[in-house]
Write a protein that binds this ligand. Structure first.
Ligand code: C6P
Length: 406
């Protein structure tokens, strides 16, 4: 399979537009990535032809909608190499999936003095849910620090992993630093002490081939919208035995087997964790995104992204006053940086006028900002549809920012 960037870009109609009269250069893919035509078509087709509630109706539309929704579950299962479809729970996204585990696994398993181990590079979504449940249960949140390059201090991880640790929750890839964590090693070390591991795959899922069976992680979470799918839907993968033992997260329709005022019994997996009408079209759209990704060569796409990352890093570094935050040996697709004497928001605003979309701010990782002694950073984040020419436009525009603030 050839990796034809022109053809690939044609599949993403949003990229064709102008922003402030200039060709749009979209470098904010870590926030959300764009949707290929196949996904847009699937969403339109669902609402124009098949729209119905699932698992409920006897009519033909409901049958078709149910079939497509469950087919999407199977696509996710195969995409991440899970053993069974009932290990795939559809959620609203990464954030809801982590909250589900924090509540349903955390509450029965955390007691006073127990510990939850996270890292300094976590997104707020992998900090706050643990903080909330720790506070409720009298447990403690322990944090593995990162070194100056933005790599996890594995020596510290080993020290902090104790007989009191009940779960480890760590990002597979940092949304700020781009660091890819040595998750296999982390999982092996945790498993030696019988401690389960949750991986936050919000970023990694779009850049790495994820195999949950090989990783042997206990939970893996991600959002569809960073994987070229729709917003408002995401995935919790969990090992069946763990999910079976966990109580439901929310109560409502579809998650029950029978209800009386005296007692309710719960549905089997995965429905036990999917209370209420789910994002049916979203899940089906995620399935379409996975189908689309199977039509391109993922390895070549990843190679293209790595080349872009190397090129962007090299050119950025050559600009005096630029500081790159996150220089891990093993990183992907994200560059956070600051420019001496210019606030990141000003960088973002001027770049926007040039048609270049980047993200500025704390990236929902305030503790990490503190670690690197900055209130905010500017961040470019790449997808396989980006080009070298776009990096050149970004660099030229950044030089204009320097001129403005000279
Ligand atoms: N990061 C970014 O611009 P949701 O919002 O639930 O889809 O994903 C939350 C989340 C969790 N973990 C990581 C590592 C993430 O990167 C994100 C989302 C976006 O970096 C929006 S803040």
């Amino acid at each position: 399979m050839k990796f034809d960037i022109v053809k690939i870009r044609e599949e993403f109609p949003i990229l064709r537009q102008k922003a402030h009269g200039k060709p749009l250069v979209y470098l904010d893919n870590a926030a959300t990535s764009h949707k290929p035509r196949a996904v847009l078509k699937t969403l339109e087709q669902f609402y124009t032809e098949d729209n119905a509630n699932i698992h409920r109706g006897v009519h033909i539309l409901s049958e078709r909608a149910t079939e497509a929704y469950e087919a999407a579950r199977a696509k996710v299962q195969h995409f991440i190499h899970a053993n069974r479809p009932d290990e795939i729970i559809f959620t609203r996204g990464t954030t809801e999936a982590i909250n589900l585990v924090a509540q349903s696994y955390g509450r029965p398993n955390l007691n006073a003095g127990d510990e939850v181990l996270i890292t300094e590079m976590e997104h707020h979504s992998n900090i706050v849910p643990w903080q909330m449940i720790c506070e409720e249960r009298g447990a403690l949140l322990k944090v593995v620090p990162v070194n100056d390059a933005g790599e996890l201090r594995l020596d510290q991880f080993e020290k902090l992993l104790s007989s009191k640790t009940r779960i480890v929750a760590v990002t597979h890839m940092s949304n700020v630093l781009g660091t890819i964590n040595p998750v296999k090693e982390i999982i092996q070390k945790a498993h030696q002490k019988n401690i389960p591991v949750l991986l936050d795959g919000a970023q990694a899922i779009a850049h790495l081939a994820v195999n949950v069976e090989e990783l042997d992680c206990d939970f893996y979470v991600f959002s569809a919208h960073k994987l070229y799918g729709p917003t408002g839907v995401g995935v919790l993968y969990g090992k069946r035995a763990l999910l079976e033992a966990m109580p439901p997260y929310q109560g409502g329709g579809d998650m029950i087997r029978s209800v009386t005022f005296e007692k309710t019994t719960y549905n089997q997996l995965p429905y036990k964790f999917e209370a209420g009408t789910p994002n049916i079209a979203g899940a089906i759209g995620l399935g379409a995104a996975i189908d689309y990704l199977r039509t391109i060569d993922f390895e070549k796409a990843a190679h293209h992204e790595r080349e872009l990352l190397a090129y962007a890093t090299e050119t950025l570094q050559s600009i005096p006053g630029v500081r790159i935050i996150g220089t891990a040996k093993n990183k992907a697709s994200v560059i956070s940086f600051s420019l001496e004497g210019v606030h990141p928001h000003d960088i973002g605003t001027i770049l926007d006028q040039e048609g270049v979309a980047i993200r500025t701010g704390h990236h929902c990782a305030q503790p990490l900002m503190k670690r690197f002694g900055v209130p905010a950073t500017a961040r470019i984040s790449l997808a396989f549809y980006n080009t070298r020419e776009e990096i050149d436009i970004f660099i030229r525009s950044l030089k204009k920012v320097k001129e403005v603030f000279k």
